[in-house]
Design a binder for this molecule. Structure first.
Ligand SMILES: [Zn+2]
Length: 334
């Protein structure tokens, strides 16, 4: 049975991105695969009145079940209203779709936005696959994110050892031929909690912590110049807060040299044509850190609600921080 996202109370990204570019902020794209994450995302978005993109990866669909996730997103719209958010602006987005069939199935299933990631394919094949997905999605007013350039790191089943920056000279041709609605680019962000090897980083002499190489803002600028006003997406943009890494390590974890993208750089990117910033690892870290701490301090607890409640609180705090201090999207969906 096919269902349109409009029946579910969701919106696509078109208007959201247009406003974000004009307003100099970015929309948060948070991945979810369980109830506590979704509750934290919706509570944070409702409280700050921020538009939000709920992202589901292929791995999340395999983990949680595609039908369940779809109804959870539908429930999220109603939950947001219950929290007093009169006009929730919520997108349900497929993260890293790897085939036409998967994208089509999500469109048919009520997603309002899909990503087709053909970035690992030769250029012409990427164009062809993306165009095919766009043709289908646009029939149902579903927006499509495509990708040019390869990110390093691991995210679910997406992995690459090295990154290749997006070539600014290719973007006009790609967007014209595919008619995609937004473009994920590679300017030095990376998937996962280990974005850079210690060799790629320098060390802060005061704290001894790793300092990652800066993002390639010159490449971003060149792309913006070629495609003025066109929505740009940054993947792999968790900042891997050291407080969570430290909390994990203090309470039995082992995450040596985990490092992310500094928030000042993301803030700078959000003020440009970058209008969607993907954050997944930070939520995983916040949740795990809070659970580890709670269980270490309360060895007698075995009711999941006892440790998932502080985990949910910690994620919510982190989401609000991102919305207000990094993306600047608070108050943009009143
Ligand atoms: Zn990604």
């Amino acid at each position: 049975m096919k269902v349109s996202f409009k029946e579910l109370g969701l919106v696509n990204t078109r208007e959201m991105f247009a406003k974000a570019i004009k307003g100099g902020y970015a929309i948060p794209a948070f991945n979810f695969n369980n109830m506590e994450q979704l509750q934290a995302i919706i509570q944070a978005s409702a409280e700050t009145k921020s538009p939000v993109i709920l992202q589901v990866s292929k791995g999340a669909r395999n983990y949680a079940n595609q039908t369940l996730l779809r109804y959870m997103a539908q429930g999220a719209v109603e939950y947001a209203k219950e929290l007093g958010w009169k006009k929730p602006q919520i997108v349900l987005h497929l993260d890293h779709g790897d085939s036409y069939e998967l994208c089509k199935s999500c469109v048919d299933f009520g997603f309002s936005s899909v990503m087709i990631d053909g970035s690992a394919l030769p250029y012409d094949e990427n164009v062809k696959l993306t165009r095919k997905v766009v043709n289908y999605a646009h029939k149902y007013d579903v927006t499509v994110e495509a990708e040019l350039g390869v990110l390093a790191g691991v995210e679910d089943e997406v992995s690459s050892e090295v990154s290749h920056y997006t070539k600014p000279e290719e973007v006009i041709d790609f967007v014209k031929k595919t008619k995609c609605d937004s473009l994920a680019i590679s300017i030095g962000t990376s998937h996962g909690a280990y974005k850079f090897t210690p060799e790629q980083c320098t060390r802060d002499p005061k704290t001894g912590r790793l300092v990652p190489p800066p993002l390639a803002f010159d490449v971003l600028k060149a792309i913006e110049k070629k495609l003025p006003g066109f929505p740009i997406v940054l993947h792999g943009s968790s900042s891997v807060p050291q407080e969570y890494v430290d909390m994990c390590n203090k309470y039995g974890g082992n995450l040596p040299n985990a490092v992310g993208i500094p928030e000042e750089q993301l803030r700078k990117a959000a003020k440009s044509a970058v209008c969607k910033i993907n954050i997944d690892s930070d939520s995983r870290l916040a949740m795990t850190a809070a659970i580890r701490k709670h269980l270490a301090e309360n060895p007698g607890h075995f009711d999941p609600r006892q440790y998932l409640k502080p985990a949910r609180e910690e994620m919510k705090k982190m989401y609000i921080h991102k919305i207000v201090n990094v993306l600047g999207s608070n108050g943009k969906a009143r």
